[in-house]
Design a binder for this molecule. Structure first.
Ligand code: PMP
Length: 339
C-alpha cells in the first residue's frame, strides 16, 4: 500500500474552527483579543524584500538572544519553532524510540495523542512509568485551565527517566510557571515551552520556543527543517519580545476580564474551574446541556469550544475576549437559561 498503516488508521487532529466571517465573536481557539505590539506593525511596514529573496537565519540568532535575556538563560539552551506545535512534533521525533510511549495529562491538549499516533507509538494518560519516554505536561492545563504546583512538577521530573516537556502555552496568564526548572544549572530532563500565539497575540505568525538542557536542545536542532522559522516571523517575534510590556498589559486586561466573567457565570449557576489561563472551562447549571449551549451560541455567531468526548462533554471552553465580547457571551447565556 502506498500510505503507511499508521497514517491510514490516523484520525488526524481537528483544530478549532477559523470562520471566514469576521463578525463572529471568536472565543474558540484561545487567541488574544488585543492586537500585537505596534512594533510588530512597524517591522512589517519597513520589511526589506531582499530578506525574502534570501533564506532566513537557520539559527534564529537574534531572536534567541532576546529570548535568552527575557528568560535569564543563554541562547544555546533555547530552541525556536514554527509554532510550539512544531516543537511538540520534533520532541516526539527526537526523544522517543519506536517501542516507547508518549504520556500527558488526561484530559489535555488533544494534539498529543495525534502526535503519538503519527509517530506510531503508544500514548498513555497521567503516567510517567513504564515505557514513557516523553511526558507532555500542559501547565496551566488545557482545557481545564488549572495550574499544577511547580514543586510537584519538579518532583515528578526528578524521578522520571524520560524527557519532561512542560507546555506553558498559557503561563503568562498564570500566577506561576516552571521556567526556573528549565534554566537551573543541574537540569537534566526538563524542557519548558512557550508560544507567541496567546499572550503575545501572534497566533498567525507561528512562533514558539523552548528552554532546556543543552543536549536536548541540540537533539531538537538535529531533527528540524533547516529553515523552520521564516524571515518575517523571526523579525516580528523579535519586535514583540523587545516590547514585552505591551504583552504584559494585554495579559493584565485578559486576567481582569477572566475574573469578572467567571464570577458572572457562577452567579448564573455555572460551575467554573479556577483558571490560570486565558480561557474558562465551565459546566452549565443542571438541566442545560453543554452541547446545546455550544450550538445555540454558534447560531448566534459566538464560537466556543465543545468536545463530545469522555470526561469533557459536560463542559464548554470559552476563550476570554474583550469585555464587550464577553458581555455579549453572558447575555446569550442568560437568554439560553430563560428559554
Ligand atoms: N500547547 C497548547 C496547550 C495549546 O493549547 C496550543 C494551542 N492550540 C499549542 C500548544 C500550540 O500553540 P502554537 O503552535 O500556536 O504555538
Amino acid at each position: 500500500m502506498m500510505i503507511a498503516k499508521s497514517v491510514r488508521k490516523l484520525e488526524g487532529y481537528v483544530p478549532g474552527e477559523q470562520p471566514k466571517n469576521r463578525n463572529v465573536i471568536k472565543l474558540n481557539t484561545n487567541e488574544n483579543p488585543y492586537p500585537p505590539s505596534p512594533k510588530c506593525a512597524e517591522v512589517l511596514k519597513n520589511f526589506d524584500l531582499d530578506d525574502l529573496r534570501r533564506y532566513p537565519d537557520p539559527d534564529c540568532t537574534e531572536l534567541k538572544a532576546a529570548l535568552a535575556k527575557l528568560n535569564g538563560t543563554t541562547p544555546d539552551r533555547i530552541f525556536v519553532g514554527n509554532g510550539s506545535d512544531e516543537i511538540l512534533a520534533l520532541a516526539a521525533r527526537a526523544f522517543v524510540e519506536n517501542d516507547e510511549a508518549i504520556g500527558s495529562l488526561d484530559p489535555s491538549y488533544s494534539l498529543y495523542k495525534t502526535l503519538a499516533a503519527i509517530r506510531d507509538v503508544k500514548w498513555v494518560g497521567n503516567r510517567t512509568d513504564g515505557k514513557v519516554a516523553l511526558f507532555l505536561w500542559t501547565n496551566p492545563n488545557a482545557p481545564t485551565g488549572t495550574l499544577a504546583a511547580r514543586d510537584f512538577v519538579a518532583k515528578t521530573a526528578k524521578s522520571f527517566k524520560g524527557v519532561m516537556l512542560v507546555d506553558e502555552a498559557y503561563a503568562d496568564f498564570s500566577r506561576d510557571n516552571c521556567m526556573a526548572l528549565a534554566t537551573a544549572p543541574g537540569n537534566r530532563n526538563v524542557i519548558v515551552m512557550r508560544t507567541f500565539s496567546k499572550s503575545f497575540s501572534l497566533a498567525g505568525l507561528r512562533v514558539g520556543y523552548c528552554v532546556g538542557p543543552k543536549p536536548l536542545i541540540e537533539a531538537l536542532v538535529k531533527v528540524k527543517d533547516s529553515y523552520n522559522v521564516d524571515a518575517i516571523a523571526q523579525k516580528v517575534a523579535l519586535a514583540a519580545v523587545k516590547d514585552v510590556k505591551w504583552m504584559r498589559a494585554n495579559v493584565k486586561k485578559v486576567v481582569a476580564t477572566r475574573t469578572k466573567v467567571a464570577e458572572a457565570m457562577r452567579l448564573r449557576g455555572w460551575t467554573v474551574n479556577e483558571s490560570e489561563s486565558n480561557f474558562l472551562f465551565a459546566r452549565p447549571p443542571a438541566g442545560i446541556e453543554a452541547e446545546s449551549v455550544f450550538r445555540e451560541l454558534r447560531r448566534r455567531n459566538i464560537f466556543v469550544r465543545w468536545w463530545g468526548i469522555k470526561n469533557v462533554r459536560d463542559f464548554i471552553r470559552v476563550t476570554i475576549g474583550t469585555d464587550g465580547q464577553m458581555q455579549a457571551f453572558l447575555r446569550e447565556l442568560e437568554r439560553i437559561r430563560r428559554r
